[in-house]
Design a binder for this molecule. Structure first.
Ligand code: AGP
Length: 630
């Protein structure tokens, strides 16, 4: 939610900042803006800025017509609007009244109204409706109040940070600071990149995530909560807490390169990421299975005794990650016999859940920065529950604040719609469930080994599905003008139906609902009219009890009322044939693991429908990849 870039180094800053924004645009695309510091370093300088509502392309077009003067210091922002509409006026950077300070911001400054009143009482006029602008005025005032000195700008940022409430990453440049960009972070992401040019000149980057600077360096520094960072042409990198105490940031090397964040010949990042799913699953399993087929999850830093003491599990997450949790529940309860509750993070902490030291709270987050999930995690920790993060982004806030972490290894996911990270999350949940079963001794080693073998076959099964997607695309094109599409599933196929509906809503902007197939008769069946498309995800005929037969009956029920039935069923399931207008076949997969394969056609379907309707598949309207506000 909002992408932020900062640069200090020998390169032309505008180019570096715009390239960073291009890679961060998935975080928000309501507007974009840049500021560079220009003028002789020895004499007084000034700031040059450009901002435009809409996608980054609008800003780039404006800059092509009216370029900014050359500079080696710059900041940039791509916005997901919270306070103030997505207009030029509200686009970042925001400037102080004297235009000597420029600030970009991600998050929400909760006490902005009181601060704004304070400034307005002093006769300062605001140029935007944002919460951010107060930070620019505060920073200018704090800077002016401090004596000249090398730490002046960073100290001004610390003083401002101490006054702000809420969540913020702030990055700022000052006309009088020819060598420095400063930034602060609380409850909002910020990482530092440390690189050097081909001729060995050091350069420093700031970014909401490493994608901002991956084209220049893979050497990153993790920032902690409530820290201020200064990047300075000569002094390099200095990190302090808000009180000014110097802290050493954690260094790490990003394990993917710029090529991984390119489309690689695909029309959309989403299509590329769908195609990468077999690899994402294989990588998530890699190194986590021992020679005897046992689970080896050394990263799960909870002792065997702690794992044996667990008597209840909560899975807490949002959106697609929430659906991964719903799918996990079936397997984890079945394998471990521990009760599992799955809950959306934004509700979890508000209903006073019963948690204690023997509760395991699993938080699932692709980005590791989702504010609702982070707050739920903190609530769980405050109640002394054990916490385990399943996360795709190394060093992000959620895994850093959890007792234990299991990283999914899906690689960078750029499309706003989660695909490969979702399948990797499901697989990571299976690993956790099996690991618990193994440690607690509720499954024999050979039983664990047999399921592990099934897991190892999943990449191939998904590859097989991907090879048969042409008819699904054609079907998608034929559904592009539908007004409503319903999704049904039972047992493990129910959360898959929910995910199918979510994908369609977010990409195609078509009204879609996912239902437990058995609930249909209790109301939703009234929605069905002649020709309403209904996608039915059919559990395996080998699924528990008679669930398969019941779903086949549900298909008949909707068809009898005029629905156009689109059935996802495994190879050889002939029971569905008489009632299906379209059949999408998937390979035979063990019941509990089937969501990994049945999800894939639904991703492709949503992508194709959105593309046919002329939508930007990678950047759907109103959305952002990482939701860092509550
Ligand atoms: C999925 O396609 C989404 N765009 C969204 O629901 C996402 O899964 C959700 O915001 C959670 O994000 P996270 O996994 O990064 O926490």
């Amino acid at each position: 939610m909002c992408g932020i870039v900062g640069y200090v180094g020998p390169q032309e800053a505008l180019g570096v900042v715009l390239e960073g924004l291009r890679r961060l645009e998935y975080r928000g695309y309501d507007s974009a803006g840049v500021a560079v510091r220009i003028g002789d370093p020895a004499a007084g300088g000034e700031l040059a800025t450009a901002r435009r509502a809409g996608k980054l392309a609008n800003l780039e077009k404006a800059l092509a017509g009216q370029p900014l003067p050359p500079s080696t210091i710059g900041i940039g922002h791509t916005r997901w609007a919270t306070h103030g509409g997505p207009t030029d006026r509200n686009a970042h950077p925001h400037l102080s009244t004297d235009a000597r300070v420029a600030v970009v911001h991600n998050g929400i400054i909760e006490n902005f109204a009181a601060l704004r009143e304070e400034f307005e009482a002093r006769g300062i006029e605001f140029g935007s409706d944002t919460d951010t602008e107060v930070a620019a005025h505060l920073l200018a005032a704090a800077y002016d109040d401090l004596p000249a000195g090398p730490d002046r700008f960073a100290e001004a940022m610390r003083a401002v940070s101490r006054r702000l409430e809420g969540a913020f990453t702030l990055v700022a440049t000052h006309a009088d600071e020819p060598h420095t960009v400063v930034a602060a972070r609380r409850n909002s992401p910020l990482v530092v990149g440390v690189g050097q040019t081909a001729d060995g000149v050091p350069e420093y980057f700031l970014g909401s995530d490493v994608a901002a600077f991956i084209a220049h360096t893979r050497e990153a520094r993790e920032l902690g909560q409530d820290q201020v960072v200064e990047i300075h042409r000569e002094r390099g990198l200095t990190v302090t807490d808000f009180a000014g105490t110097v802290v050493e940031p954690t260094a790490y090397t990003v394990d993917w390169d710029a090529a991984a964040a390119e489309k690689g010949g695909h029309d959309w990042f989403m299509l590329k990421e769908i195609a990468e799913q077999p690899q994402a699953i294989a990588d998530t399993l890699l190194g986590r299975i021992g020679d005897a087929g046992e689970l080896v999850l050394d990263e799960v830093r909870l002792s065997d005794q702690e794992l044996r003491d667990i008597d209840k599990i909560f899975v807490v997450s949002c959106g697609t990650s929430f659906h991964a949790g719903l799918i996990a529940k079936y397997a984890v309860e079945h394998w471990t016999r521990i009760p599992v509750e799955v809950e959306v993070a934004s509700e979890f902490r508000y209903r006073d859940p019963v948690l204690d030291r023997s509760t395991l709270v699993i938080v699932i987050s692709q980005s590791g920065e989702t504010m609702d999930t982070l707050m739920a995690l903190r609530h769980a920790r405050a109640q002394e529950a054990r916490t385990l993060a399943i996360c795709n982004v190394n060093g992000s806030t959620i895994p850093r604040e959890s007792d234990a972490v299991l990283y999914t290894r899906a690689g960078p996911e750029i499309a706003v719609a989660s695909t490969k990270s979702f399948l990797a999350q499901i697989v990571a949940c299976y690993l956790v469930g099996l690991f618990l079963a193994q440690v607690r001794g509720v499954k024999y080693a050979d039983e664990v080994g047999a399921i592990v073998e099934d897991l190892r076959r999943l990449p191939e099964a998904v590859s097989e599905v991907l090879l048969q997607m042409e008819p699904v695309r054609a079907l998608g094109r034929s559904l592009a003008s539908a007004g409503t599409i319903l999704f049904l599933g039972r047992h493990v196929a129910y959360p898959v139906a929910l995910e199918g509906a979510l994908k369609l809503k977010e990409l195609a902007y078509i009204h879609a609902e996912g239902f437990a197939a058995g609930e249909l008769k209790h109301g939703p069946i009234a929605l069905i009219e002649q020709g309403t498309p209904v996608v039915v995800v059919v559990p395996s005929p080998r699924a528990r009890e008679s669930v398969h037969g019941k779903v086949v009956s549900n298909i008949q029920e909707v068809r009898a009322r005029g629905a156009r039935t689109i059935v996802i069923a495994e190879q050889g399931d002939d029971d569905v044939v008489p009632y299906a207008d379209h059949i999408i076949r998937v390979p035979r997969t063990p019941t509990l693991l089937a969501p990994v394969v049945t999800t894939v056609p639904l991703q492709v379907l949503a992508c194709e429908i959105a593309d046919t309707r002329g939508h930007d598949v990678d950047q759907p309207r109103n959305l952002a990849k990482s939701v860092t506000v509550e």
